[in-house]
Design a protein around this ligand. Structure first.
Ligand SMILES: C[S@@+](CC[C@H](N)C(=O)[O-])C[C@H]1O[C@@H](n2cnc3c(N)ncnc32)[C@H](O)[C@@H]1O
Length: 197
């Protein structure tokens, strides 16, 4: 399988991404409790900017990504840390056999997924009852965010996404546009949706 992030992996941890992921985790922690017993999966963990902040708070963290290059950066970081509760899973989330998860977290990954309604079913299947999802991503944009590269979704309409989640049986706990990415002389708003199974 091709590695779409091969070129980006080495420079992924730039100051903007570090700050964005910091604010994403802060926002989650302001919104819900993460418990010491929680078994969390992060989808599209990349180099670990989100997950490495979450790991010290929870029992077990599965860091899932299908890009070997991004995960190699994460492996290097993990080897220099004393975290013992992190498992790296090099795979598409859809192909993993994880189940009974307390929560699923994902930042800037959903727009890379081919068909989101089906993906929501997959997340739901892998959650335990009352488990949560915390999804951060771009609000609908004009396609300029990725330059020449085409991605499955040019961001999302937060109302439509919330409605799909509700139709799939989730209860929306939080929904907000809480951040802005400034890039290409444009501003791209970022949302967080937290929903419970
Ligand atoms: C834009 S990056 C975000 C990385 C990280 N969340 C961050 O914000 O620093 C998206 C990541 O999702 C991964 N990805 C895309 N589709 C995936 C899938 N189906 N399963 C697992 N990872 C996926 C990509 O390889 C990439 O590392």
């Amino acid at each position: 399988m091709s590695d779409n992030f091969e070129q980006k992996a080495k420079t992924w941890d730039n100051p903007m991404q570090v700050e964005l992921t910091k604010r994403f985790v802060e926002r989650i922690c302001e919104s819900i409790f993460l418990y010491k017993e929680d078994k969390i999966a992060e989808i599209g963990c990349g180099t670990g900017l989100v997950g490495l902040q979450i790991a010290p708070i929870v029992e077990e963290l599965y860091m899932i990504d299908n890009s070997p290059s991004m995960l190699n950066v994460l492996r290097e970081k993990l080897s220099n840390s004393n975290l013992t509760n992190v498992q790296i899973v090099e795979s598409e989330f859809e192909e993993t056999n994880l189940n009974d998860l307390s929560g699923v977290i994902s930042f800037l990954t959903l727009h890379h997924i081919d068909y989101v309604p089906e993906f929501i079913d997959v997340m739901k299947d892998k959650l335990k009852d009352n488990g949560f999802i915390a999804i951060g991503d771009l609000i609908s944009e004009d396609g300029s965010f990725h330059g020449e590269t085409k991605v499955p979704y040019n961001g999302f309409d937060i109302e439509i996404l919330s409605t799909i989640l509700e139709q799939k049986g989730f209860v929306i706990l939080r929904e907000s546009i809480y951040d802005i990415i400034e890039k290409n002389d444009k501003k791209y708003p970022v949302f967080l949706i937290i929903a419970q199974k």
